[in-house]
Design a protein around this ligand. Structure first.
Ligand SMILES: Nc1nc2c(ncn2[C@@H]2O[C@H](COP(=O)(O)OP(=O)(O)OP(=O)(O)O)[C@@H](O)[C@H]2O)c(=O)[nH]1
Ligand SMILES: [Mg+2]
Length: 448
């Protein structure tokens, strides 16, 4: 099964299955988020439908009535008539979301159906046969976005592993028949078995490659480990990359699409400090993030793991930011990122009225309210970071004989000099830096 959406398949009908555990505002917000995910993928959302079910685990995820309705909206291309279910759902079990009532949708207007829940391989197959159009579930959509946005080698490898793990159980027998022999097949092996074996081999190869790339990354992180590191973490689209760009003066991509960043980028805080402070931008999170993807981002999130300060960036203008923040905490705990010192950054404050800002500050008194578009806010965050880094540093006095004053330039380029006294036989510098840099300097002074 190939999860690549074809160019012509771009009118999506979204379906929410409401269960006793997943309903009301939560389901509505999740469906709105699915619409953004699907739009990020380039689809046009033509309608949304919702159905109450006791669970999402039923073999046929849609009731007969709802299925017929959706078949109508997708042009009756499947085998709905073959589908039998014990009882048809009564009309009060069918609800349409107010935003896009299906009455207004023309016949056959949708060519892709997207469920806002995870479907098992057999559920997906059933509904695809019944409707005769391509069907995606939420995980499939997220994996597809990740596949398209992965840029670096590590991100590409991680995403491809997650994609193959997702695709493998969804592979189907080719129409040529079960026992048909083909070139490359082992004795008694069906086409399906052959394809599964190929996927397994590919997975093993990708995992080997990933281990070697990760070892390289680990080496680079060790080299940086003596510097103060700040990591921007948070929900997708919160404004992490925009903030990264603002506080490092870099050209890190920030885009109004979900999962714009899939790999960690590390830059120095700007204006530059001595010693340098590093800032890393990380992958964004989303509700119901597929487990495979969480696992595959362990190494990407290693930057957050090593950070001395975590900036939890939220889009404070999004009414659901509290539940988004809960997801961020959950995923970080899952990948074992211990809470180092942290700051909640209530971003996009330019979208909030002054009274909303006040209410939020009363609710989160330790947070910082920012807009990446406001230079004063950016420099306030810059100062905060420098302050925290300074607090972690040690202050020491260094005596430098005039004969060795050339070393002062070196000291200035790697430490902050807070005081200098020119005495009769030597120069006395008061410097602030981390323990490793100071130990290195003392060793160097011994050899002078
Ligand atoms: N109004 C407003 N928009 C912002 C602000 N900060 C970021 N944005 C916009 O929000 C969108 C998402 O920003 P990004 O910086 O890409 O968000 P991100 O958290 O890096 O997202 P992912 O990489 O998907 O995890 C972009 O369109 C930004 O221009 C802000 O303070 N105010
Ligand atoms: Mg980003």
């Amino acid at each position: 099964m190939q999860l690549t959406a074809k160019a012509s398949l771009n009118h999506a009908l979204l379906i929410s299955i409401c269960t006793p555990d997943f309903k009301g505002d939560e389901a509505t917000e999740s469906l709105a988020e699915l619409a953004r995910l699907v739009t990020t993928l380039g689809f046009k959302v033509v309608g949304t439908q919702s159905q109450k079910q006791s669970s999402t685990k039923r073999v046929n995820v849609l009731g007969l009535g709802k299925l017929a309705e959706i078949a109508h909206l997708t042009g009756n291309k499947g085998q709905v008539e073959d589908f039998e279910e014990a009882e048809e759902l009564s009309s009060n079990e069918l609800i349409e979301l107010a935003e896009i009532p299906s009455d207004n949708l023309p016949f056959g207007c949708a060519d892709v159906v997207v469920f806002d829940c995870d479907l098992s391989p057999s559920q997906l197959r059933n509904v695809e046969n019944q409707l005769g159009v391509e069907v995606f579930d939420r995980t499939g959509i997220i994996i597809e976005i990740f596949s398209r946005h992965a840029r670096t080698k590590t991100a590409r490898l991680q995403v491809e592993i997650a994609r193959l793990n997702y695709v493998a159980p969804r592979l189907r027998e080719s129409s040529c028949g079960d026992k048909e022999r083909q070139m490359g097949k082992g004795a008694g092996e069906t086409t399906l078995e052959l394809n599964r074996r190929k996927v397994r081999d590919q997975l093993a190869e990708l995992k080997r490659e990933l281990v070697s790339v990760q070892n390289e990354m680990k080496g680079r992180r060790t080299q940086r480990s003596e510097l103060f590191c700040v990591a921007l973490v948070g929900y997708t689209n919160a404004g992490k990359s925009s903030m990264m760009r603002a506080i490092t003066g870099s050209d890190v991509e920030g885009e109004n699409k979900l999962f714009a960043t899939l790999d960690t980028t590390v830059r120095a805080l700007f204006p530059i400090t001595q010693p340098r402070i590093l800032v890393s931008d990380t992958v964004g999170f989303i509700k119901k993030l597929p487990h495979d993807l969480v696992a595959s981002f362990h190494s990407t999130l290693a930057e957050a793991h090593d950070a001395s300060l975590l900036l939890y960036v939220v889009d404070a203008s999004d009414p659901s930011f509290r539940s988004q923040l809960a997801v961020v905490h959950e995923v970080l705990a899952e990948v074992g990122v211990e809470d180092s010192k942290k700051l909640l950054v209530l971003n996009k404050s330019d979208q909030l009225a002054p009274e909303q800002q006040q209410a939020l500050m009363a609710e989160f008194p330790d947070a910082m309210m920012t807009s990446t578009r406001n230079p004063a806010d950016v420099s306030k965050l810059h100062q905060y970071i420098v302050g925290v880094a300074q607090n972690e540093m040690i202050e020491e006095e260094v005596i430098i004989p005039y004969t060795a004053k050339g070393i002062i330039g070196e000291i200035r380029s790697s430490m902050s000099v807070t005081k200098e006294d020119y005495e009769y036989s030597h120069i006395k510098l008061t410097v602030r830096s981390n323990a490793i840099e100071l130990a290195r300097l003392k060793k160097r002074m011994l050899s002078i």
